[in-house]
Design a protein. Structure first.
Length: 262
C-alpha cells in the first residue's frame, strides 16, 4: 500500500503536493522508455520550496510520480481542458508530446484502474480527510494546491508562461476575497509576472474540493520553474532566486491563513 505523506497541523490552510514525487514502481518502470525514465515533468523541489513557510500548516504529499498516475486528473479520465493538448490520468506522453512508454507497453484499462485504486484513491482519501478535519476546527478550510512547470512548453502553450499562475476555475472554487488577495500580492511582487485563470485554471483537485458555499475553498498556484530552478537536467534548485520567491510565497500563505469568512 502506498504511504501518503501527511503532516497534520491546525491552520485553516492545507497544502496539496500532488506532483513532487519521483517514485515509480518497478512494474511500471520496466514499461517506460528513456523519455519516461527522465521524469522531466516532475514538479521539482516544490515540497522544499514551500517547506517552513507557514507555521501550523497541514501538508498532503504523494511520493508516486505523475507518469504512474496523475492524482490531479479526473479519475474518470475526462479531460481537464477539452480541445487543448494536455496529459491524461495515466499519461502516455510527456509535456512535449513525446511517447513515454515502449511500444505496446502502455497501460490498458485494467492497469489504469489498478493504479487508480492503488495510488490515486489513497491520495485523495488523505486529502479529503485533512480538509474535513481542518473544516471541523475552523468552520472552513482552504486547499492551496502547489504546482510548478517549465516556463516554455510549446506543446501545451504559446510563448513564455507567467511566473505566478493562479487558478480558481473562473471564480468557482474559492471565495473571491481569497483569489483577489493572492492576485494582489502577485501583482505587487517586484520583477514577477502573473495571471489569473490563464492556461492553468485549476486542475481536478481544485475543481473537486472547491465548494465555497460549504466552506471548502481551493486555489491552485502553478509556478514557472524558471523562478527557482534550472529548467533542464539536472533540474537543480537555485538558492538565491528560490529564497526570493519563498519570501513572496510566505506572504501569500500567511495572508490566506489569516482570512476569515464574513
Amino acid at each position: 500500500m502506498i504511504n501518503i505523506e501527511v503532516i497534520k497541523n491546525n491552520s485553516p490552510v492545507v497544502l496539496g503536493l500532488p506532483h513532487t514525487g519521483t517514485d515509480i514502481p518497478i512494474d511500471c518502470l520496466r514499461r517506460l522508455n528513456e523519455t519516461g525514465c527522465a521524469m522531466a515533468d516532475t514538479d521539482w523541489h516544490i515540497h522544499l520550496l514551500y517547506a517552513g513557510l507557514l507555521d501550523d500548516v497541514t501538508t498532503v504529499r504523494t511520493p508516486i510520480h505523475r507518469y504512474v498516475i496523475d492524482v490531479n486528473r479526473d479519475p474518470s479520465g475526462a479531460s481537464l481542458y477539452p480541445g487543448q493538448n494536455t496529459t491524461g490520468l495515466c499519461p502516455l506522453t510527456d509535456f512535449d508530446g513525446q511517447d513515454i512508454y515502449y511500444f505496446g507497453q502502455e497501460p490498458d484499462p485494467a492497469e489504469v484502474e489498478r493504479r487508480r485504486v492503488a495510488y490515486h484513491a489513497p491520495y485523495h482519501a488523505a486529502l479529503q480527510a485533512e480538509l474535513e478535519r481542518v473544516h471541523a476546527l475552523h468552520g472552513f478550510a482552504i486547499l492551496y494546491d502547489c504546482h510548478s512547470i517549465r516556463s516554455q512548453i510549446p506543446f501545451l502553450f504559446d510563448g513564455t508562461l507567467p511566473d505566478f499562475n493562479i487558478g480558481d476555475n473562473l471564480g468557482t472554487t474559492c471565495a473571491p476575497e481569497i483569489k483577489d488577495a493572492v492576485a494582489m500580492l502577485c501583482a505587487k511582487a517586484d520583477g514577477y509576472s502573473f495571471v489569473t485563470n490563464g492556461r492553468f485554471k485549476g486542475g481536478w483537485t481544485t475543481r473537486h474540493y472547491g465548494r465555497p458555499s460549504n466552506g471548502f475553498h481551493a486555489i491552485q498556484m502553478e509556478l514557472a520553474q524558471s523562478t527557482y530552478m534550472l529548467e533542464s537536467a539536472p533540474w537543480s534548485y537555485v538558492r538565491q532566486p528560490a529564497d526570493k520567491l519563498r519570501d513572496h510565497l510566505k506572504t501569500i500563505l500567511r495572508t490566506i491563513s489569516d482570512w476569515r469568512p464574513t
